[in-house]
Structures are given as C-alpha cells and as structure tokens.
Design a protein around this ligand. Sequence first.
Ligand SMILES: Nc1ncnc2c1ncn2[C@@H]1O[C@H](COP(=O)(O)OP(=O)(O)OP(=O)(O)O)[C@@H](O)[C@H]1O
Ligand SMILES: [Mg+2]
Length: 235
Amino acid sequence: MDTEALKAIASYREAFPHITPLITDWSAHEDQGGDSFHAVKETAGILAATDSTIPLRYKHADATDPKVLAWIDEVVWCSTPARISGVRKVGPGPSLLLLGPTGTGKTFQGYGALRRLSVLGVNASPAASPIADIYAKMRPRPGVDSESVFESYAHAPLLFVDDLGAAKESPWVEEVTTRLVNYRYDRGMATIFTSNVPPKQLGEKIGERVASRLTELCRVVVLKGEDRRLQGRAA
Ligand SMILES: Nc1ncnc2c1ncn2[C@@H]1O[C@H](COP(=O)(O)OP(=O)(O)OP(=O)(O)O)[C@@H](O)[C@H]1O
Ligand SMILES: [Mg+2]
C-alpha cells in the first residue's frame, strides 16, 4: 500500500479525533469488496484537494452547529460508492443555506463542513469562493472565457458560495446568480451558500426567483450571536 498516502491521511485525520471516517480499516474495506490500493490513493487525494480550496484563515475550521452536522449526515447518506475503490462520492441531495449577521461564523461552518466531509472520506471535489470573486473572474474582458469560469463553479460536485447578496447588484450580477443557482437547483447538486442578508430581505436583495429556489433547495441554518471578530478584539 502507498505509505506516503497513508501518512498523509493519518496527519489530516489527526485534527479530527472526534470523527470516525467512513473507511477506518483498509484491510476490512478490501474484505468488503473495495480495492484498498485505490481507496487509499483516492482518500489522500480527497483530503489534499479539499485542503487546497480552504483559505488560511479557515484551515482549522470545523462544523459544530447541530443543523450543519445534520446536513453533513444527509450528504453522506446521499453519496454512493465508486465502483472500484468503494470510496463514496457526493451525489444529488439537499443544499445548505447559512444565514446570520456579520461575524457569527457562517464561513467558518461552511469550510468546516467541507473539511468534515473530506475527513469522513467523501469524494466531493469541492470548489469554493465568495460570490463577488466569481463575478470578478467572470466579468467579460479580453482573454477571459467567462463561460469556462462559470462552469468551473457550476459543475463542481460540491460548491461553497460565500457571501451571497454582498456584491453591488446589477442586471448582470443577478443573471449570473440566477444561472448558477438554477444550474445547481435543476440537478440537485449539493451547494453551501452563506449570506448576511436578513431572511426577509433576501428576495429583494438577490432576486425573488433565486430566493425561492434557495428556500426549496436548502436546509436553512440561521446563526445568531455577537460578531466573533469584535469579541476577539475585546479579549
Ligand atoms: N466556532 C468557531 N470557533 C472558533 N472561531 C470561530 C468560530 N466561528 C467563527 N470563528 C472565527 O470568527 C471569525 C468570524 O467568523 P466568520 O468569518 O465565519 O463569520 P461570518 O459569519 O462568515 O462573517 P461575515 O458575515 O462577515 O462573512 C473568524 O475569524 C472565524 O475564524
Ligand atoms: Mg463570511
């Protein structure tokens, strides 16, 4: 077996002693019909790919909110084992909408959910970005294929779209958001959205059609409390 990959898996898992990964015993996995050689390689790849999508500030984030944990369970439930390795792959299922005022931990829970899924060993090939950066990367200009940028996010098996409604609205911004949400909605593709727009103003801010789809697509979690950034400064 690939000892480097095994070492990498062990080091990623060390930070999560409270989680039991889906495959803990590679020889038992083999006995159950999974190919452990491929499973080890794939699992190490999942952990590295997720880690590379997480910005420095959230490298140690963990999902702790009970409703976020319940959503993670649903994602695991909706995943299916790959034919050769037996490693589970994310499939169509519910999405997650994290709402709440500034600094209540929405981005932290979102990246924490990505990390948990990777440590569990679910192949999600995540893409993650603040929505404003997606708009910026897509903005039509010479040398930029806006459609490929759109697809790199829209097609991701698991997508984390941070800060919905934070960018300045324009018909173009609204069209991109609608297309992205529609793409995921039509296919039931698992997506994590965050927004600090109050729930009642969401339709007004991001468009009624988008808000309506999000409500149907997502488990909604509202985080409450003080701005954690200000608490940190006070300490
Ligand atoms: N459960 C937690 N444990 C430890 N630190 C946390 C936790 N939740 C959030 N933080 C920290 O608090 C700060 C604010 O969290 P975060 O960036 O997730 O807030 P937010 O709700 O996304 O804010 P905004 O609406 O401004 O984007 C960050 O530095 C983050 O690392
Ligand atoms: Mg945030």
